[in-house]
Design a binder for this molecule. Sequence first.
Ligand code: EPZ
Length: 418
Amino acid sequence: MGKYLIRGGKPLTGEVRISGAKNAALPVLAAAVATKGENIIEACPEISDVDNMISILEALGCRIARYGTSIMINASELTECRIPDELMKEMRSSVFLAGSLLARCGEAVISSPGGCNIGKRPIDIHIKGLKSLGAEIEYSGDKIYIKSGNMKGAYIRLDYPSVGATENLMLAATAAEGTTVIDNSASEPEINALQDYINMCGGRVSGAGTGRITICGRRKLTGCEYRMIPDRIEAGTFLLMCAGTEGDVCLKGVVADHIRPLIEIVRAGGSRISTWDDNLRICSTAAGRVKCSVDTAPYPGFPTDLQSQLTAFLTVKGEDCIVRENIFENRFRYAKQLIKMGADIEISQKEVIIKGNNILYGCDVEAEDLRGGAALVIAGLMAEGDTVLNNTKYIKRGYSRFREKIQKLGGEIREDGQ
Ligand code: EPZ
């Protein structure tokens, strides 16, 4: 299951380049299924979620070649429209493929993506939107059979600005006759990334980032050359790691606007943060403490994917803080592990109350999900003594060369057996 052995107490210093965004790469790779021609995708993160997505694309008949962070995908000759069960269960984001398979093959069979460690993760908003386009949906066991029939452009208003549903419906709508408007759509930067990719392939999509996206249907999508946007959640994770260890680090490949709420919180604690071009320099001292009350919210609010990492940081560098989780119903599992390390926090269903000013002590802890695992790495690097973090497979789902990057910054972390 993989272990990290972490020795805390050392300030991180130096510079590290942030990888391409996991949550842009997955929908863009799924979208490639709807194209005919060669795609060259650059700056794709080397993570197991991308590995799984590539396995699915290969199972569908896509020709794939991978050179480090560059991936060639040619979906001109699909041989299959069904995602193998064992691969569908691997990760939720395979549900994005429904939209692109509908666009390409006129049908899609998906198994209702299992919930995961952070919540139930239903797909009712996806299904409701696909029905608005005229898709026919049938349930049989844990399978969902979707046929495009004669999909027509529609006005769709999402009940909630779901990222995945927005992406799925953008892709399905490329094959519908006429124009589709998706209102109350998600506005995360990854939505802009998908819009850019579809347009570079010959599509006509506009409005990403505004909450109202317009898609012109029935456009032939060819391949294109596309470079992934940087991963804002990885950038935020390293920002907290550097501030938490009172380090002096330059993060390269950062879009500061994508993590503005976090920058303001960390700055309020006395860290000096400067940004120029795609760089972010953070210089932290022992002194400052952050007093804050944070609510996770859809973009441009504070991202739920940084909630765990912020809480870990605040147990030491915060003072009387509250962090509320408003997006997922079970995203505080890591907090019990922080208490084991000496954190003074109270956990309820929706929020954690953080006393702060704690000293954390290294011990054996368990990662139970991707971002909770990253939070425990931050805690281990801030703690006194040694931490053994178990189940690093969760971290490898979404962070590319995480251990190597931390080592490059002088962090004492090694992999069991390394
Ligand atoms: C995407 O998940 C991200 N994953 C998540 O990142 C991120 O936390 C989430 O968006 C919110 O920003 C990828 O992009 C691969 P949602 P997604 O649909 O699309 C409910 C990470 O750590 N909902 O915006 O699944 C849902 O249960 C991951 O990188 C419905 O009720 O998120 C949740 O409570 C974790 N019905 C809320 O909406 C639906 O049909 C947000 O979900 C769809 C969603």
